[in-house]
Ligand binder design. Structure first.
Ligand code: ZN
Ligand code: FE
Length: 255
């Protein structure tokens, strides 16, 4: 039976996610932006929280770890190399590990850059990835604790997944990201079309998350440093891909 995923908005612009394995009855939440919103979602679905899968230590991702653990007695999974910053961590995972909850197995990718200990969870059997603040719809996380080369390598790991992989990112930043993307790759017709669809969705109050690897590959400037139109627009025609990525990220920081 497939993994059932329930997405709910919370805080300013976060998404919370519940992942329910109907075979075992286990339910994981991916990060803990808000205890009340998570509990409301659990109640709405009639699910019991058994696991927390953390992507990184920021407060809008681990802030409700301890109250949810106290309430539910759930198991908290997080990055081994960042364990001291993951409140209540029980299981420490690293690159290449597989973590199984119920009948569902996630592959763990280390994707540093936004933070030094950021990880992503990929459920290959379901074609689903939870990427936290590493890859966004039309964007990527700010480089708080990593170099452009580090983040580019992390993004490439994610972009190696199949095009139809459904990508759950942790924030609704897409409309602002689209404005920036259009400014650096104005000649990308699929980006222009996607930007219109995004405006329509947001005008109706609808989410633009999840996205897919294929859609990001075609339209997200942060994974398209090889684009001649992007390179020309930012004055780096023929430059190496890390340099193009670094300049793109810098321009977004100042956009
Ligand atoms: Zn973050
Ligand atoms: Fe965040």
């Amino acid at each position: 039976m497939p993994l059932q995923i329930h997405q709910f908005p919370c805080r300013e612009d976060n998404y919370g996610f519940l992942a329910h394995d109907p075979e075992s009855g286990s339910t994981a939440c991916i990060d803990t932006p808000d205890a009340d919103a998570t509990n409301a979602a659990l109640e709405e679905k009639g699910w019991r929280l058994t696991h927390i899968l953390n992507t990184h230590h920021h407060g809008d991702h681990t802030g409700a770890n301890l109250p949810l653990k106290e309430q539910w007695g759930c198991t908290i999974v997080g990055a081994a190399n960042d364990a001291e910053r993951i409140p209540g961590i029980d299981v420490r995972v690293s690159e290449g590990d597989e973590y199984t909850f119920g009948s569902m197995t996630a592959q763990v990718f280390e994707v540093p850059g936004h933070t030094s200990g950021h990880i992503a969870y990929y459920f290959a059997s379901e074609g689903v990835a939870f990427v936290g603040d590493t890859l966004f719809a039309l964007g990527c996380g700010r480089l708080f604790e990593g170099t452009p080369a580090m983040m580019w390598s992390s993004l490439q790991k994610l972009m190696a997944l199949p095009d139809d992989t459904v990508v759950y990112c942790a924030h609704e930043y897409t409309q602002a990201n689209a404005q920036f993307a259009l400014s650096v790759e104005p000649g990308n017709e699929r980006l222009v079309a996607r930007s219109k669809e995004i405006d329509e969705l947001r005008a109706r109050g609808l989410p633009t998350v999840p996205t897919t690897i294929g859609l990001e590959r075609a339209t997200n400037p942060f994974v398209r440093p090889m684009s001649e139109n992007l390179q020309a627009t930012i004055g780096l025609s023929g430059a190496d891909l890390v340099a193009v990525f670094a300049e793109t990220r810098k321009r977004k920081d100042n956009f």
